[in-house]
Design a binder for this molecule. Structure first.
Ligand SMILES: Nc1ncnc2c1ncn2[C@@H]1O[C@H](COP(=O)(O)OP(=O)(O)OP(=O)(O)O)[C@@H](O)[C@H]1O
Ligand SMILES: [Mg+2]
Length: 156
């Protein structure tokens, strides 16, 4: 059973640097990837999403889908980027009820802000990114690659 994970740590000192990091990370995210973002209010989850979206070839403006829960964008090759924000979610089961599993699209990318709210609904092979607020402009960004090997389909 392969359970190896790889973690990389990054420090950014401006919103632009976080966007640039996202853009750079995008090149290592194959389609089908679920990116699980966590971190406090104002940590930079949406900023990082902007960068990843840019790196995936999305040309729309990225805004936090707090009221819609999911924003859909067209990425490279016409594949979709689903940008999900679960800030308002009370329990993981609600995400299943609103059909979150359909957004975990094998053909595109899904980026989930407040992904920790999903609990076990989160696919085991998601790429987890945690953003820590270090100072007013400083952020520590930890990227943990998901398990590539799926033992039991998409869900644990
Ligand atoms: N190094 C940095 N990287 C990202 N954002 C930064 C940085 N330094 C300061 N900021 C500021 O922090 C804020 C990050 O906002 P953003 O909406 O991306 O956070 P968020 O984690 O998505 O918040 P929310 O939980 O409300 O969705 C912005 O106001 C941005 O200007
Ligand atoms: Mg946000």
């Amino acid at each position: 059973m392969k359970t190896a994970t790889t973690t990389s740590n990054h420090v950014t000192r401006s919103v632009e640097e976080t966007i640039a990091l996202g853009e750079q990370l995008a090149s290592s995210l194959p389609s089908g990837t679920v990116v699980a973002l966590s971190g406090d209010l104002g940590a930079g989850k949406t900023a990082l999403t902007k960068g990843i979206a840019r790196g995936l070839g999305v040309t729309d403006t990225i805004t936090s889908p707090t009221f819609t829960l999911v924003n859909e964008h067209v990425a490279r090759d016409g594949r979709r980027l689903y940008h999900v924000d679960l800030y308002r979610l009370d329990k993981p089961q609600q995400a299943v009820e609103i059909g979150i599993e359909e957004e975990l699209a094998p053909d595109g990318w899904t980026i989930i802000e407040w992904a920790e709210k999903l609990g076990d609904v989160l696919p085991a092979d998601a790429v987890r990114i945690h953003i820590e607020i270090v100072g007013e402009k400083e952020r520590q960004i930890r990227v943990t690659e998901g398990r590539r090997q799926k033992e039991e389909g998409i869900y644990r």
